[in-house]
Design a protein around this ligand. Structure first.
Ligand code: ATP
Length: 330
């Protein structure tokens, strides 16, 4: 197999590197139809390690399968082999995490933050309706367009509940039940959305720590200050939703759809504004067979009953290099 730098994908003209993640390099490219696309090419190392290769293949399959205006759209892809790639809708503004890093103040302007949060909630509501769990909601996986709209990306860890999948997450966003070693669910996505709500509307994440263990203790035992106290501009109804989203028990959390509706109401918008678009882009009829998806540091297959095994350290980057929450804001 050739070196990472020499790899080309037939039919695509590569322009420049947009970014590099742990799994892949993403290039700005022109596809065979003349569109500007974000072309994701897995590192050779990714293809060599079975778990990582399967995670990439899962991302390719599910990105191409799901279609929703608030999900990063997949144009084409090859899940396996030397020419594995995923061609994605190009977001010139990059990720929300890039955007926050460029800002002096981490708190976004209220309307802007609410719009982004409503979009992420919309993407999750769609996925949950399809019976899927995303498992990796975080600023790094939210992309922004020129109109201030957002789309959720990175389906690498996504799985269909009916088929089960490996539990994973990013420690800053991970729900208590995942720390407890239990299965993930739509409610754990809602918890991650709650963290994102605090992050964007207050300018800080509700739970912090200098180690994985400190973060785990924070998620398991602490309760955040009310969001409307931290940012008086936030409507009480939205603040309440964020607090409920961070409930320690999954069954106490609202749905992503309920959160979306509350945010849209506070924006003064109709709550069914995307129904037309949703209908236009048909959801998948069936769950994907043999998904074989794998999370960052997958420890077991869900769904399974709760057990007492220690919580997984679920970020492969942290596993490889040792935990350092300040190395990257993922
Ligand atoms: N659709 C897109 N439009 C514009 N830029 C993108 C797009 N997708 C990815 N990028 C850029 O490429 C970078 C790497 O992408 P990404 O984080 O998805 O790679 P990865 O290797 O899958 O990530 P991970 O580290 O989670 O495995 C992003 O941080 C972003 O800057």
């Amino acid at each position: 197999m050739t070196d990472d730098r020499d790899r080309i994908i037939p039919g695509y003209a590569m322009h420049r590197v947009l970014g590099r993640g742990n799994t892949s390099a993403v290039h700005l490219a022109i596809d065979p139809e003349g569109r500007k696309v974000a072309l994701k090419i897995p590192h050779l190392e990714t293809l060599r390690v079975q778990d990582a290769a399967e995670r990439f293949a899962n991302e390719v399959r599910l990105t191409l399968k799901f279609k929703h205006p608030r999900l990063v759209r997949g144009w084409a892809g090859t899940p396996h082999g030397q020419h594995a790639f995923l061609s994605l809708e190009y977001y010139p503004q990059g990720s929300l995490s890039d955007h926050l890093e460029q800002q002096l103040v981490r708190r976004l302007e209220l309307q802007r933050a609410l719009r982004i949060l409503a979009d992420v909630a919309s993407a999750l509501a769609y996925l949950h309706k399809q019976g899927a769990v995303h498992q990796d909601v975080k600023t790094h996986n939210v992309y922004l367009d020129d109109q201030g709209r957002a789309a959720l990306g990175d389906m690498g860890s996504t799985y269909f509940v009916a088929q089960g999948g490996k539990v994973s997450g990013s420690p800053y966003y991970m729900a208590p039940e995942i720390y407890h070693g239990e299965t993930s669910s739509s409610a754990s996505d809602v918890y991650s959305l709650g963290i994102l709500m605090y992050e964007l509307l207050s300018g800080d994440r509700p739970f912090n720590g200098n180690s994985y263990e400190e973060l785990m203790v924070a998620h398991l035992t602490r309760f955040p200050v009310s969001l409307s106290h931290l940012n008086p501009g936030v409507a009480r109804s939205v603040s309440k939703m964020a607090e409920l989203a961070l409930a320690k028990r999954p069954s106490d959390r609202p749905t992503a759809e309920a959160i979306r509706r509350e945010i849209l109401l506070s924006l003064g918008e109709q709550t069914d504004e995307e129904r037309g678009e949703d209908d236009a882009r048909k959801p998948p009829a069936e769950p994907v067979k043999n998904v074989g998806r794998h999370g960052h540091s997958t420890q077991r297959t869900a769904p399974r009953p709760a057990d007492t095994t220690p919580p997984p350290k679920t970020d492969k980057d942290d596993e490889k290099r040792g935990w350092n929450p300040f190395r990257r804001r993922k």
